[in-house]
Design a protein around this ligand. Structure first.
Ligand code: FRU
Length: 502
């Protein structure tokens, strides 16, 4: 039965969603049907298609009582809109259906596990959230919440665990048919931990272990965990809140952290060996992964975070987008991320410039646009041939976003302070890169309202939303000194784009 709350959301999005013209959205990044989007939820394969749910408040461009919006795709690029999946319509989730996961059951139904939030007044008169894990089961469009919800509550926490911050279950099925969930929690020291739960039927869950904890080193609450094996390494992802900066690797506030290590399935012990940031740009949070039938581990994330939500499209009826899904690997003990390979099928109108010496600022014929896939190789001409290289995108007389590389420091800086946003929020981020003999490769993806940079074939990634007017479509290259450059630039072509240009 569709509740009144869910029906209202479905009617609202069905009425207003189609009024948004396609050119007011990115060409291939996922956006909400209408209103607000934050975290990806339930990113998983169901009946041969990839489903993506998302934290959704259809009625405004602000966060509000959380519903789950729903999209599906065959290629991670073209998203089909489905009606909102669940709404906050039960006592145990009246304050919101927070983030969670999804999987296909052996009987062909789709199971969603999410955090139900209920706001209560404490005996001291304070308002406090209670968070429990709940299940809804359906056919890929309509879902019924279990009568037995919540399936995990305060009593299922390890000693000292917090019932206030107990959220974001990510669920999967193991090869032996049993199920696992990782869930974010808080320890008595107020900082985050990731709990592991097990189930034989995906309905009844029991606590197994605490996989890792922040101990106040990597932020406070650990949100949105994910846990999987990748190229022989065990990966634990989390999105911490309230990080303290650590060098140029982690900035203050909401971060994204990748813990690499080993996992012993018998003792349930995760041994952390290395920690790195996942995205070095401005807008990236709450990532989730899935495993494709052809064995690829693909990650998606909310291309924003709680500290940068002031970066909003002005006058639009939607707010929030997902990052371009990335294929993950481990190389030399580090996380490698590359845009999903499906993107290459949309490359058209190639423009290739080889061996271009750059000294001062130059434009190149055919190199402009806001829906672009461009690879740039830069190489010094002898020792100390240049002090700085800058790539300018989304540029006109007024606006520009700059990606700057300084070989003397091995730093890259992404700067969108003049991208047309009128809010004084974080607009720059600097990070270390690893040049090879002074050479660097950048792959830059533009999709109207964002830029995503992949350094050295995916060694590092940096994302930022750009709500720059679309007329600002110039691209230029600049060097202090002289640098040798190769550029390979494609327009990314989708059917809708072609129609719009006819
Ligand atoms: C992460 C998060 C989650 C929570 C959701 C609420 O961005 O704070 O922990 O489930 O957003 O919308």
């Amino acid at each position: 039965m569709t509740s009144e709350t869910l029906q209202k959301a479905r009617d609202f999005e069905a009425h207003y969603g189609p009024l948004i013209p396609p050119e007011e959205r990115p060409a291939f990044h996922a956006t909400p049907t209408i209103g607000w989007m934050n975290d990806p939820n339930g990113f998983s394969c169901y009946k041969g298609e990839y489903h993506l749910f998302y934290q959704y408040h259809p009625y405004s461009n602000e966060w509000g009582p959380m519903h789950w919006g729903h999209l599906k795709t065959k290629d991670f690029l073209r998203w089909e809109r489905l009606p909102a999946a669940i709404a906050p319509d039960e006592i145990y989730d009246a304050s919101g259906c927070f983030s969670g996961g999804a999987l296909e059951l052996p009987d062909g139904r789709q199971l969603l596990m999410y955090t139900g939030v209920r706001r209560e007044r404490t005996p001291e008169g304070l308002l406090q959230d209670r968070q429990t894990q709940c299940i809804a089961i359906g056919d890929g469009v309509d879902y019924e919440k279990l009568d037995t919800n919540p399936v995990l509550a305060e009593n299922d926490l390890p000693e000292g665990g917090s019932a206030i911050d107990f959220r974001d279950p990510k669920i999967w099925q193991e090869a032996d048919g049993s199920y696992r969930a990782v869930i974010g929690n808080r320890c008595p020291d107020e900082s985050g931990a990731i709990l592991l739960y097990r189930s034989d039927d995906a309905i009844t869950w029991t606590y197994e272990a605490t996989l890792d904890a922040s101990h106040r080193q990597y932020g406070l609450m650990w949100e949105c965990p994910d846990f999987f094996e990748l190229d022989g390494t065990q990966v634990l992802f989390t999105s911490p809140q309230d990080m303290t900066p650590i060098g140029l690797e982690f900035h203050a506030g909401n971060g994204v952290v990748c813990l690499l290590g080993d996992y012993n399935g018998n003792t349930k012990a995760f041994t952390r060996r290395r920690v790195q940031a996942v995205d070095y740009g401005i807008d990236f949070y709450a990532m989730q992964t899935l495993l494709t039938p052809d064995g690829r581990r693909v990650m998606i994330a909310w291309m924003q975070n709680w500290n940068t939500v002031g970066a909003k499209p002005h006058g639009f009826r939607w707010c929030g987008q997902m990052a371009l899904p990335r294929e993950l690997h481990i190389r030399d003990g580090r996380l490698i991320q590359t845009p999903v390979r499906e993107l290459e099928q949309h490359r058209g109108r190639p423009v290739i410039h080889h061996h271009i010496p750059v000294s001062g600022e130059i434009n190149l014929p055919g190199v402009q646009g806001r829906i672009v896939d461009m690879t740039i190789d830069i190489e010094p001409i002898g020792r100390d041939s240049y002090r700085c290289f800058r790539l300018h995108v989304a540029k006109n007389g007024e606006c520009v976003t700059t990606i700057r590389y300084r070989p003397d420091q091995s730093t890259m800086k992404i700067d969108r302070s003049r991208s047309g946003l009128h809010h004084d929020i974080v607009h720059t981020r600097t990070f270390f890169v690893r040049p090879r003999d002074g050479a660097l490769r950048l792959r830059v993806i533009l999709d109207r309202f964002s830029v995503e940079v992949f350094v050295n074939d995916g060694e590092q990634a940096a994302s930022a939303v750009l709500y720059t007017p679309l007329e600002a479509d110039a691209i230029s290259f600049e060097a202090d000194g002289t640098v040798m450059m190769n550029v390979e630039k494609y327009d990314l072509i989708f059917e809708e784009e072609d129609k719009a240009q006819e």
